[in-house]
Design a protein around this ligand. Structure first.
Ligand code: BES
Ligand code: MN
Ligand code: MN
Length: 455
């Protein structure tokens, strides 16, 4: 292992240069215009796995973007780690808020800036570099590894569940490892044990059959924009609890023990408030920021449009108003159940003068992973070795729906071995990844591979 660690340190600058090539590909999965770039990113990472010596690498077609599968079989007596990651990225807009172009990586103050640095190309790439470090120094790996790398994660992973259930034997493993989450803070190692789920919908209200002059008709028309605004405002009460009937029915309440642990974590509400640039947090009554953002469900409007939004003034009563709305879920809410409850809320409350269209965009289950397993023990020791202190066990408010699918379809637990920071601006302008964390991540993965077979 020491040789592998040494190799990773010696070759670090070269690793960064290679990552830059990966980052230059604008693999934006949600935008059909970037289809060829998404393909290119799939082939880039496949070729790279071949280049570092992975025995079997296939780019497998799906109804959507390809899945890259890789496999390094060493010995049937060794455990098998299934590494999952995604080579697709979020759109970079608004472009004008980037200090440097999103697909031209640059290093400033020890951080590499580009779309996908932290989510997830940089973190995925750590796994390739850790394996390379081992193989180049000892000719082999201390574990069997399989890679499952998809290109639709940022767009709802439409092809992935079917791929997993159609390829159960191919994907058989002892544990899944994913680096697509965050540490608890800079230099504060953490292993994530909880992810929130997601229910994402779009609603459109249609009133009059065309836009109307607001002088001629205003005063006698129920305005779809006003009505939609009222419906959205009605999602919460003044204690910031969600008013959708039955929303909390299946929520597993936070145990006092877990709340105590949350309270003991080095988290400062004031700093958090300052960092996001608001004057105060607005949590569900009785819950801290950390609880409200990671262990309690929430619902928010993600976008709203209708009528005239250009420069200047246009006197118009819009025919239509639309909104994108997403709920973050916790165990044991399900996306199906919550989507139906959101639908019922809108159907019940839509004014009788209006037509409602409701679209279910996508969803994913929340999960709590088992923290008491040989793989978790190995992961914890590995992080301790790399960071010099034991990791905290934390929950995150983000979603990685495939974790529940691995459990449901393959019976596998996942180790969420992430090295991002909440302040990496993922999905935002100026996404970045600290080179210190790129390095610590590679070292942690090398250590994990070494320790896991001994557990
Ligand atoms: N890597 C993120 C998930 C994440 C975000 C984990 C923040 C930890 C902290 C992932 O790529 C992501 O963006 N997931 C989406 C859901 C997906 C279904 C589009 C999310 O959480 O919005
Ligand atoms: Mn991600
Ligand atoms: Mn993401």
């Amino acid at each position: 292992m020491e040789n592998a660690l040494q190799y990773a340190r010696t070759n670090f600058d070269h690793f960064v240069t290679e990552l830059e090539d990966f980052l230059r590909i604008p693999s934006i999965s949600t935008d059909p215009e970037y289809g060829p770039d998404v393909q290119r990113a799939a082939h880039w990472i496949a070729d790279h796995l071949r280049h570092i010596g992975i025995q079997r690498v296939d780019v497998m077609e799906t109804p959507g973007h390809p899945i890259v599968y890789g496999e390094q079989f060493v010995d049937a007596a060794l455990p098998t780690v299934l590494v999952y990651g995604h080579y697709d990225v979020q759109p970079p807009d608004p472009l004008e808020l980037w200090d440097s172009p999103p697909f031209e990586p640059v290093i400033r103050d020890g951080k590499i800036y580009a779309r996908g640095t932290s989510d997830d190309k940089g973190q995925l790439f750590m796994h390739a570099k850790a394996a390379e470090s081992y193989m180049k120094t000892s000719g082999s790996l201390p574990v069997n590894i399989k890679y499952l790398i998809e290109g639709e994660e940022e767009n709802g992973s439409a092809s992935l569940p079917a791929f997993i259930s159609d390829n159960r034997d191919l994907l058989a493993a002892d544990v899944v490892m994913i680096s697509d989450t965050a540490l608890f803070g800079s230099g504060v190692p953490a292993i994530t044990y909880g992810l929130r789920g997601l229910a994402y919908v779009e609603v459109t209200l249609t009133g009059p059959d065309r836009d109307l002059h607001s002088g001629i008709y205003g005063g006698a028309i129920e305005n779809p924009i006003n009505a939609l605004a009222r419906l959205i405002a009605g999602l919460h009460d003044d204690k910031h609890r969600v008013l959708i009937p039955g929303f909390y029915d299946h929520v597993i309440p936070l145990k006092q023990e877990e709340r105590d642990t949350f309270a003991s974590l080095p988290f400062d509400d004031k700093e958090w408030i300052e960092d996001v640039g608001v004057s105060n947090a607005r949590t569900e009554d009785g819950f801290t920021v950390l609880e409200a953002t990671t262990a309690r469900p929430a619902i928010d409007c993600n976008g709203i449009w209708g009528g005239y939004t250009g420069d200047g003034a246009k006197t118009v009563l819009a025919s239509k108003a639309s909104a994108k709305i997403s709920a973050r879920l916790v165990p044991n809410q399900t996306p199906e159940e919550i989507t139906e409850k959101i639908r019922a809320y809108f159907e019940t409350n839509v004014p009788s003068t209006m037509k409602l269209e409701f679209r279910d965009l996508h969803g994913g289950h929340a999960v709590l992973v088992d923290t008491d397993s040989p793989a978790m023990e190995a992961a914890s020791e590995a992080m301790e070795g790399a960071f010099g202190e034991k990791p905290y066990f934390t929950r995150t408010g983000g979603s990685i729906p495939v974790v529940a699918d691995f459990k449901r379809l393959l019976g596998l637990e996942t180790v969420l071995f992430g090295f991002g920071l909440d302040s990496d601006s993922i999905h935002s302008p100026n996404e970045c990844f600290g080179l210190d964390r790129f390095q610590a991540g590679i070292e942690s993965i090398i250590r994990f591979m070494h320790i896991y077979p001994t557990k």
